[in-house]
Design a protein around this ligand. Structure first.
Ligand code: FES
Length: 159
């Protein structure tokens, strides 16, 4: 962790009455900087915030917006919870997996896409649903998945 990052973290800590209260903002900061939170980050944060590493890990692994592994430029989270599952999310996941030629937790060789199955995205009324980075895509079927992925690919090729 660079000195610049440590300084930013210390500024964040200064906004809270207890160091530990800065945990989520600190994790969010690290995630934004390089797309995920590494094992070394967990150790460093533990030292800086004076919080056991296990508690930091449990917090970081609880929130799906935080990642403990590198991800693609477009990180696809497919909801496979009950409502989405009843409406075909497993088939959507398999379709995406085949289309991108990657499995759960993998990144495409060009670094563009990664895919994971997640718990409820709170979009049950429009299931099946997936989230790509911060954007929601709902009422999915394979045709919609094609449109979404192909449009991202076209955008990337066009610059
Ligand atoms: S079950 Fe999929 S969004 Fe809630």
């Amino acid at each position: 962790m660079t000195e610049e990052v440590k300084e930013t973290i210390n500024r964040l800590i200064g906004r809270f009455p207890k160091k530990e209260s800065a945990l989520l903002p600190v994790l969010t900061l690290l995630q934004k900087r390089k797309g995920y939170i590494s094992e070394n980050d967990l150790k460093d944060i533990s030292g800086i915030l004076d919080v056991p590493e296990a508690r930091i890990f449990s917090t970081a692994s609880f929130y799906t917006m935080l990642r403990l592994k590198p991800a693609g430029k477009y990180h696809i989270q497919v909801c496979t919870n009950v409502v989405c599952a009843l409406l075909g999310s497993d088939a959507i996941f398999d379709y995406l997996s085949k289309k991108l030629n990657i499995h759960e937790g993998e990144i495409t060789p060009d670094g563009l896409f990664s895919i994971v199955a997640v718990e409820c995205l709170a979009s049950c009324g429009n299931a099946p649903a997936m989230q790509i980075n911060m954007e929601y895509h709902e009422n999915l079927d394979t045709g919609k998945v094609d449109e979404i992925i192909d449009s991202i690919k076209r955008r990337e090729v066009g610059g």
